[in-house]
Ligand binder design. Structure first.
Ligand SMILES: *Cc1c(COP(=O)(O)O)cnc(C)c1O
Length: 364
């Protein structure tokens, strides 16, 4: 199969270095070599946002990003807690489904998918009701909107309510101020902005807050406390995805050498500017204002007279994989992400390819 440039929001194109890392010797997850691998990943994840080890911990899971979010919600909200879930897209709504599934006491603040979160509304609810946690998606991948966590944190500050963050598509490429935003936990994954392979996900937790929760285990497999205890003593409760760990460890080395999250953000911004400016010049309109978008993914209205399938299939023939809208946006938008081991030149070729398609269409 030919190599495709993946412009979908994960999994991403791997560097050769990361791919080769998976070929290291077979390894038992009960051996000291595995413990060293696990420890190095845990440390390097904390180092990305300079989080001190005595106050923060990374907990590694085998699963996709959803597993990490589910582990966070089920493990951080105590039995007598009440989580306020903010929705403005698929992933916020998914958190509400999780709370329903596990019978976690929750309320949802619904926003339209096109809307920015209204911090005033959040502030009013947390003041009135007995909310213990606020759960919110940082980068809502549904639309490419980067939710303003500093405003939400500000609204929760007076009541001292900590945030539970779905940072699956922002961790490693956007600013996350763990301390100022009063974050209790942040869920993320190896195969988005960190450029690892799918199979490893993780939650960054504040040690004092996870220990304080007293949540009785709602799930056996996703119990973060159980993982934390085991990983702090060089263990793992269950078999981990060893080859994915190899890949993540290498991806984190590469990440650090390349200059950390700020450089990754810069690179994504440059790539996204090429796509955004290029498509706008072709008359294709973005869904969300530039200053409200993440650097990771932008959504665009489909050009007139072209269906998503037509656009997708033509681009795929030319080596590019774009991503459809979800739910009510499925027929009207397409999404372009710029994560992974790809180049600015790939983005230019992508724009040319769209241009060619539009020119052909205008002739018929
Ligand atoms: C990708 C993503 C997830 C998790 O998706 P998986 O398919 O389980 O990896 C969760 N939240 C957001 C915001 C995402 O972009």
């Amino acid at each position: 199969m030919d190599r495709h440039i993946l412009l979908n929001p994960g999994p991403v194109n791997l560097s050769e270095r990361v791919r080769k890392a998976m070929l290291q010797p077979d390894l038992c997850h009960r051996e000291t070599e595995f413990a060293e691998l696990q420890n190095s990943i845990r440390t390097n994840l904390l180092n990305i946002y300079k989080l001190p080890k005595d106050r923060w911990a990374s907990v590694l899971l085998t699963g996709s990003g959803t597993a990490a979010v589910e582990a966070m919600l089920t493990s951080m909200v105590p039995d007598d807690g009440h989580v306020l879930i903010i929705e403005n897209g698929v992933y916020g709504e998914r958190m509400t489904k999780m709370a329903q599934t596990y019978g976690i006491r929750h309320s949802a603040v619904k926003h339209d998918w096109s809307e920015a979160i209204n911090p005033g509304k959040i502030g009013a609810i947390v003041k009135k009701e007995n909310i213990t946690h606020v759960a919110v998606v940082h980068h809502e991948t549904t639309t490419g909107r980067l939710n303003d966590l500093s405003m939400i944190a500000e609204a929760c500050k007076k009541e001292n309510i900590p945030l539970l963050i779905d940072g699956v598509s922002s961790f490693g490429a956007e600013k996350i101020n763990f301390t100022n935003w009063n974050i209790a936990a942040c869920a993320a994954t190896a195969n988005k902005c960190l450029h690892g392979v799918p199979g490893t996900a993780f939650v960054i937790v504040r040690r004092d807050l996870i220990n304080k929760t007293n949540a009785s285990s709602r799930t056996l497999y996703l119990d973060l406390k159980n993982y934390l205890k085991s990983q702090d003593t060089n263990g793992t409760p269950f078999t981990q995805s060893v080859q994915c760990f190899y890949a993540l460890a290498e991806a984190l080395n590469e990440f650090k050498e390349a200059g950390g999250w700020k450089m990754r953000q810069k690179n994504y911004q440059k790539r996204m500017k090429i796509v955004r400016d290029g498509l706008i010049a072709l008359g294709i309109q973005p869904l969300v204002k530039e200053k409200e978008c993440s650097c990771v993914l932008n959504a665009f209205h489909l050009p007139k007279g072209i269906t998503y399938e037509q656009l997708h299939d033509k681009l795929k023939k030319n080596g590019f994989i774009i991503y459809a809208g979800q739910g009510k946006l499925a027929k009207t938008i397409f999404r372009v992400s710029c994560m992974g081991d790809i180049t600015e030149n790939d983005m230019r070729r992508f724009v040319s390819c769209v241009k060619e398609m539009l020119m052909l269409q205008s002739k018929t």
